[in-house]
Design a protein around this ligand. Structure first.
Ligand code: FAD
Length: 505
């Protein structure tokens, strides 16, 4: 069985993993493992942009207030302070590393999105921000002599020794088991778990592996009941669903139902730019009443094509012209606010195990993420993780034999199990939840536990995460941000700033 040694082991090649790798590369050898092609990540698909307080009418304090308000008394204020104060510097770093943010005259162009009080969203090539940032980081990482990027390698579990994380086991492209030992630290940057839902904007790689393996190893998780549903995925059934960025509403597009009513006026004073949970629930309610929902961007005319070239192209593929047609939309699972519990340096509750990006829960998003704060979180906290990792002394790694791992390959069965998990989650732990529904969902998932054999790693990880989300959604008897219980429709004062932190027994 192959054995590889490095100073720092990074899992994931999205914005968080790549920023970590580049920040560590001057201090030792870095291996980045990623389970698919290098650019396959949610980071690469990100459209609207990255938020930071750099405009003349803006300040970190305003950004802070917007983040805290949107997180509905569940954000960790210390993490939010880090995010908003370090944000402008982190953006400058991305620019120094070569990201070409769009400009408006001499300044960086700033767009507007839901729940932001001012325009503060930087973007690249209109609506291809993720690809713009990530491809640039990838190019840089691949050129760095201290960074080795290994694709199509699925990390299956963490290597623990005397309660310290010492590396990870993985299965490479040829199906061989490889043990990767880290002399200094292991950093999980494996992103979220949108794939546990039937309708999601998330890339197929988002199966919650990092959260599941950390949980198995004994790490604490936090806030896992908080899943954000993006209001406007294109209502064409596919996996993943194509996203119509919130920036489109930021440019003036608005939601209408099939009676032609601009219904958001009835739901919130900020109308189409209300927080995401409010807009998603409003759409859900319209749909429950048998209406279809559309985005009307007709008045943007040719501007749509110039400002959102990627979305325009995708719509054309489906025979839609946004300057003539309303765009059919539906909510879809988009982001998880919870994850592996970390401090403000990305340190998990396991020694030498760090987490950053969507896999981590720094508490920065609270009960609801402010639009475009997640790319920022990925890059800001990755740089802080690197600061801590380089302080750790090197350890010997030659101490342990491990078993060979076999990935099971019955694709048909795997697709079936995944589909069951996704349907159960959408039905019972979706936009509107109830005790009755969650209890049914929990018992349906329980049945799958015995059916899915060891070796179906993604599937078992998805099941584990789905069960955690369901259980915590059941025990939070209130509505807050993205977690809406129709049987407890109001937030409870006693649950303000109360996090559900769990650890496997
Ligand atoms: C369509 C879409 C649009 C979005 N638009 C925006 C936006 O405009 N602004 C914004 O701020 N946010 C946006 N988001 C959210 C944002 O993109 C993500 O939260 C963020 O990119 C997560 O970055 P990450 O580095 O943590 O994870 P990801 O970018 O998801 O990367 C995870 C990486 O881990 C790898 N991985 C996972 N499991 C394993 C394993 N077991 N072994 C090896 N490798 C593994 C994956 O292959 C991948 O490389 C959007 C999300 C989507 C889906």
């Amino acid at each position: 069985m192959a054995r590889v040694e490095t100073h720092f082991l990074v899992v994931g090649s999205g914005i968080a993993g790549l920023t970590t790798a580049l920040s560590l590369a001057e201090y030792g050898s870095v291996i980045v493992l990623t389970k698919a092609r290098e650019e396959e990540s949610n980071s690469f698909h990100a459209q609207g942009g990255i938020a930071a307080a750099i405009g003349e009418d803006d300040s970190p304090e305003l950004h802070r207030q917007d983040t805290l308000r949107t997180g509905v008394n569940l954000c960790n204020p210390a993490s939010v302070d880090v995010l908003v104060n370090t944000g402008p510097r982190a953006i400058q770093k991305l620019a120094d590393w070569g990201t070409d943010f769009d400009v408006d005259g001499e300044q960086w162009a700033l767009g507007k999105e839901g729940s932001h009080s001012v325009s503060r969203i930087l973007h690249v090539n209109g609506d291809a921000t993720g690809a713009g940032i990530t491809s640039n980081l990838l190019r840089r990482a691949m050129l760095h002599s201290n960074i080795q990027l290994i694709t199509h390698t699925m990390v299956t579990d963490l290597i623990m020794h005397q309660e310290v994380c010492r590396g990870a086991t993985a299965v490479d492209e040829q199906g061989e088991t490889v043990r990767y030992f880290a002399k200094q630290a292991v950093i999980l940057a494996t992103g979220g778990c949108g794939q546990i839902y039937q309708y999601t904007t998330n890339d197929p790689v988002s199966t919650g592996d990092g959260i599941a393996m950390a949980y198995r190893a004994g790490a604490k998780l936090s806030d896992m009941e908080f899943v954000q549903f993006h209001p406007t995925a294109l209502a064409v059934e596919q996996n993943p669903m194509f996203l119509i960025s919130e920036a489109v509403r930021g440019e003036g597009a608005f939601l209408v139902n099939d009676c032609g009513e601009a219904f958001m006026e009835r739901y919130h004073s900020w109308k189409d730019l209300a927080p995401r949970d409010v807009v998603s629930r409003a759409i859900f309610q319209e749909m429950e009443q048998g209406r279809k929902v559309y985005l009307n961007a007709i008045h943007l005319g040719k501007r749509f094509r110039n400002r959102f070239p990627k979305i325009y192209k995708a719509l054309c593929k489906f025979g839609m012209d946004p300057s003539k047609d309303w765009i059919p939309v539906t909510p879809a699972a988009h982001f998880i606010m919870g994850g592996i519990y970390t401090d403000i340096y990305g340190q998990t509750t396991i020694s030498r195990l760090f987490a950053c990006g969507e896999v981590a829960c720094t508490g920065v998003h609270g009960a609801n993420r402010l639009a475009s704060n997640s790319l920022l979180e990925g890059t800001v906290f990755a740089q802080r993780v690197a600061e801590k990792c380089i302080e750790l002394v090197e350890l010997e790694t030659d101490f342990l034999e491990l078993n060979r791992i076999t990935l099971c390959k019955n694709k048909h069965k795997e697709t079936e199990w995944k589909q069951t998990i996704r349907q159960v989650m959408w039905k019972y732990a979706g936009i509107v939840r109830t005790e009755e529904g969650l209890s049914k969902g929990i018992s349906q998932l329980k049945q799958l536990e015995t059916e899915i054999p060891q070796g179906y790693f993604e599937c078992r990880n998805m099941l584990m995460i789905a069960q955690v989300v369901m259980e915590l959604a059941l025990s939070r008897r209130e509505s807050r941000g993205s977690h809406y219980r129709s049987d407890y429709p109001k937030p409870q004062k006693s649950l303000e700033n109360k996090h559900q932190i769990i650890q496997e027994e």
